[in-house]
Design a protein around this ligand. Structure first.
Ligand SMILES: [Zn+2]
Length: 698
């Protein structure tokens, strides 16, 4: 990869007249010329940060020209000359944005961050100039008003109705003065979002727990120690071991390290990110975001920002969300309290003279797991070598939908560490390209995600095939061992790949998509069910050294322990979901003391001190991005995925009729069909919460 880069910059320098200064891309912007790449994938090997601003500008200019052409059309507004034309208007801008934001998430640097800071408010202003264009809205409305006479197909009708609603929701009907304020708010919100994420990345990279006394490593498995030594070496530290607040580094330490005070230090560093009153503090940032959102919602005629957000989602309103969250909270909290008692009993029996604290949870939970289920995380990991798990994911996709996968070599990639695969449909035709980028690094934000770098569509009459980008932060290989995943990480890979399938199997005409987190986690979460099915484990879970398949006894332990730690998992998640809802059900801007607001929220629901909300405010990136008043979406989708998987349990694990129905009714419509309609078409009835409650053991 590096070689290719250098070679291209040399050629360019020569073609510039050989002035002796190597200026890659000074006259050719790879984002604005034909890519000339296999499958027309993005030319990552030629893109330099300085290409982005001109490409963004060109993308915005082209969309503006396209919109002007729509508005200037002397023909009366039709679906084709207005709605379909609008759907196609941002082709270049979207292409550039997807590439840019993919790099900003997983391969960033100071230059990219600076560009993001500069371009985000400009993009917000650009979007507003379109959404608030009265002449454009007039044409959309003219088509919308005649929708019953137009003999539109299902997808066209949904696109038209949602687009009209979106313009109204974005302020098309407001007075000019209110629109002006709305533009200011949107612009400021876009700046704040960038600032929040920038602070968070800096805070995450800022902290290192450096150990120089070998005795302090007591309890840690050899693989964890080896990784920590390599992390230290990479940081230029000799004879040391380094742990970070990245989860693959932190969680093993919290699980195994006997040194209680070091556990406290590391976990506190994690939970205090963005809350240390330093240059990267996020409290004022999030407070301003929350207040601007209330103001925006009120301006648009809603009581709260949650009302505004939820109207277009499956949940429809905050009351429906609270009914679900409260019910699960009431069922989960007693279970978590029982877990505390069980762990306290271990502490007492060991003669520990202290009460269980939040940084002790993983350590004693692991002891409990050993005692109750005789299951040890490090006993499982050898069976979860990354490439075996990946092949397991591919196997499930093949059994369900007939997809096959071939590795691609010598491809431009978002980061050199990524793997690339070509995906073929059951009939052998090309279906997609997927990048998979597994390990943490300082240029990558935390978590795991997967989405299209280019979405399937045929808006121009030509089939465009999807390009998918899957990113995780998994346990890294060491010099001696390949990447051996935890069970959690295994499920995460299946989960993210489910988002991938949502993109790979999309089958729509138009480019616009209306996705919602409360339905959008169904395709991903349902995949997690196959990950731990004995029949599937028996295919992919092979010992990385011996090749031996996972023994029945271990499979039984996994399935017996599925209720293990459920109180913690649910309470930790639900606390964050409720915190998200509390911020976004404020009815007017207020002086927000973030720490006091958190405390009051958690006191009111009775969160126990032994559990910290899965995200605290200052690093809750979900609610700064697309999951604002939407973090509940995981459990809402949880109702759906357990109920949907039931359709396979009632038939068979890879029942072809059920898989075909899931593909056709849920995956193919790709954000261009009503959620409940998709659900009922697949399941034949409305969702049922019982399968979820049963599976959580609540
Ligand atoms: Zn997801």
């Amino acid at each position: 990869m590096r070689k290719t880069l250098l070679w291209i910059s040399c050629v360019l320098a020569l073609s510039c007249g050989g002035a002796g200064v190597d200026q890659p891309g000074s006259d050719v912007n790879p984002l604005l010329t034909d890519y000339g790449t296999p499958f027309n994938v993005h030319p990552f090997d030629r893109i330099e940060p300085e290409h982005f601003l001109p490409a963004f500008e060109e993308g915005m200019a082209r969309q503006k020209a396209n919109i002007e052409a729509i508005v200037a059309n002397s023909e009366p507004p039709t679906f084709d000359n207005t709605i379909a034309a609008l759907d196609r208007s941002d082709e270049l801008l979207e292409e550039v944005s997807r590439v840019f934001f993919a790099l900003a998430g997983s391969n960033t640097n100071d230059r990219i961050e600076d560009i993001q800071q500069e371009v985000s408010p400009r993009l917000a202003a650009h979007r507003d100039s379109i959404q608030l264009d009265p002449a454009l809205f007039e044409r959309i409305k003219a088509v919308y008003d005649r929708r019953d006479e137009l003999s539109l197909d299902r997808e066209q009708r949904y696109l038209l109705e949602q687009l009209y609603a979106q313009y109204v929701r974005n302020g098309a009907l407001l007075s000019e003065a209110d629109q002006a304020r709305l533009r200011e708010i949107n612009q400021r919100l876009s700046e704040l979002r960038v600032a929040f994420n920038r602070n968070l990345l800096a805070e995450t990279n800022d902290y290192k727990l450096v150990i120089t006394d070998e005795a302090q490593l007591a309890g840690l498995p050899p693989g964890v120690v080896a990784t920590a030594a390599e992390t230290a070496a990479r940081a230029g530290l000799e004879d040391s071991w380094v742990f970070t607040t990245h989860k693959p580094s932190m969680l093993p330490f919290l699980t195994y390290a006997e040194d209680r005070d070091l556990r406290r230090q590391l976990y506190t560093a994690y939970t205090m990110r963005g809350n240390r009153d330093n240059d990267h503090d996020n409290k004022a940032t999030i407070a301003e975001i929350v207040n601007l959102r209330v103001e925006k919602a009120r301006l648009l005629g809603y009581d709260t920002f949650a009302d505004y957000q939820l109207e277009s989602r499956m949940a429809k309103n905050p009351e429906n969300v609270y009914v679900l969250l409260d019910r699960l909270w009431d069922a989960s909290l007693p279970v978590a309290k029982r877990e505390v008692e069980e762990m306290q009993a271990i502490i007492d029996a060991e003669g520990g003279d202290f009460e269980l604290a939040s940084w002790d949870w993983w350590y004693y939970a692991e002891k409990l797991r050993k005692a109750q289920y005789d299951l040890d995380d490090s006993e499982l990991r050898p069976y979860f070598e990354l490439s075996n798990v990946r092949d397991g994911v591919f196997y499930v996709a093949n059994r369900l939908y007939g997809l096959t996968f071939e590795p691609l070599e010598d491809m431009p990639k978002p980061h050199p560490d990524a793997e690339v695969f070509e995906v073929f449909d059951a009939d052998g035709s090309h279906a997609a390209v997927i990048y998979m980028d597994y390990y943490p690094r300082e240029s990558k934000r935390q978590g795991a995600w997967c989405g299209p770098l280019r979405s399937q569509n045929r808006a121009d009459g030509v089939e465009v095939d999807p390009v998918i980008n899957l990113v995780t932060n998994f346990t890294t290989p060491t010099e001696d061992t390949p990447a051996l995943l935890s069970l959690d990480e295994v499920e995460t890979l299946f989960h993210e790949f489910g988002h991938g399938l949502d993109g790979i199997l999309a089958d729509v005409t138009y480019r616009t998509s209306f996705r919602s987190p409360d339905f959008g986690e169904l395709p991903s979460q349902i995949m997690e069910h196959w990950a731990v099915e004995p029949e599937v484990l028996k295919v992919y879970a092979r010992h990385y050294e011996t090749g031996e398949l996972i023994p029945d006894e271990l499979i039984a332990k996994i399935s017996n322990s599925r209720f293990f730690n459920q109180g913690f998992d649910q309470v930790e998640y639900l606390a964050a979901s409720l915190l998200d809802m509390e911020y976004h059900t404020l009815t007017e801007p207020t002086e927000l003391d973030i720490n006091a607001f958190e405390r009051a929220t958690f006191d009111e629901i009775g969160l126990i001190p032994e559990i910290v909300s899965r995200y605290r405010t200052t690093y809750f990136a979900h609610i700064v991005g697309g999951y604002a008043a939407g973090y509940y979406g995981y459990i809402w989708s949880g109702v759906l995925d357990h109920d949907a998987f039931g359709a396979f349990e009632e038939t068979s694990l890879f029942d072809q009729a059920t898989a075909r129905r899931f593909r056709k009714e849920v995956l193919e419509p790709s954000g261009l069909r009503d959620y409940m309609e998709m659900w009922v078409a697949f399941r034949g009835r409305e969702p049922d919460i019982e399968p979820l409650l049963r599976n959580l053991g609540l």
